[in-house]
Unconditional design. Structure first.
Length: 268
């Protein structure tokens, strides 16, 4: 069953930008992954596999979207719906508003100019989150309250970020049983890893590049970043195939990932 390939995406938008792929590219990436013989799993299936050891079979991909941008709803969700592809989105919970969207056709704004406290219209609102969830395709989990770097020595603030965001997710989804966290910018330290279970999380995602292998630490699950497509389409799809191929081999993929991410091994 392992490795499970967990792919990371951010923006889905027609403007080219950092951490952004176009809607067309999202569609092509999904079709390429299917062509390679992989199947997409729901977040529920993923949780059963990692927490209850349920065998979900080989060559599985979980699609993850970080930050919860409105462009996921506007440009990505129609594609996911059409192709019936499940995914999970990690929300910065302080950005979620319970108000009606005023402007659907938002002015494009570069990712580097985003302000997580002020640009709330660029994030999903509650009704969009609920609509996507009701489709049966999308699940949601926490990406902290304010996109706080969890490589912090401020234990109180870390606790607040972890607890407040978990409370918010649990308020939106009262029947949710298991909680996952996604480290903003992939930052964490030993303190943050240890606080996860205290604050009610069952597992957490990192930005360490690689597949999720048997026996891995579930507090820093590896993922495969496919969120950047400023390069040419053919290059993007080639790189995507290469990474998925490599990381679906348990031994080779693990060795390569451990070598590439050796700096993370300093954190015990
Ligand atoms: Zn993020």
């Amino acid at each position: 069953m392992f490795p499970i390939c967990i792919c990371t995406l951010h923006h889905i938008h027609t403007q080219s930008d950092s951490l952004t792929i176009s809607p067309t590219m999202l569609q092509k990436a999904i079709l390429r992954i299917l062509d390679m013989g992989f199947t997409f799993i729901t977040y529920g299936e993923f949780i059963e596999a990692i927490l209850q050891n349920k065998n979900i079979g080989k060559k599985k991909v979980l699609l993850t979207f970080d930050d919860g941008y409105f462009d996921l709803y506007r440009f990505g969700f129609p594609i996911l719906k059409e192709l019936r592809i499940p995914a999970v989105c990690f929300l910065i919970t302080n950005t979620i508003r319970d108000s009606k969207r005023e402007i659907y056709d938002l002015e494009p704004k570069l990712h580097k100019n985003f302000n997580y406290s002020n640009d709330l219209e660029y994030f999903l609102n509650l009704s969009e989150i609920l609509e996507m969830h009701a489709s049966g395709l999308m699940e949601f989990d926490s990406h902290s309250a304010t996109h706080f770097s969890c490589n912090s020595e401020d234990t109180e603030r870390l606790k607040q970020e972890l607890t407040h965001s978990r409370d918010k997710i649990s308020e939106i989804f009262p029947h949710k049983k298991y909680f996952g966290f996604c480290f903003p910018r992939g930052d964490f330290n030993t303190n943050a890893l240890n606080l996860l279970s205290t604050c009610g999380y069952d597992f957490a995602f990192s930005t360490i590049d690689g597949g999720l292998c048997k026996g891995d630490d579930l507090r820093r699950i590896r993922r495969i970043d496919i969120s950047q497509s400023t390069r040419k389409e053919a290059d993007y799809l080639f790189r995507l195939s290469k990474k998925l191929n490599l990381y679906s081999y348990p031994l080779l993929g693990n060795l390569y990932s451990n070598f590439r991410n050796r700096k993370f091994h300093r954190v015990p």
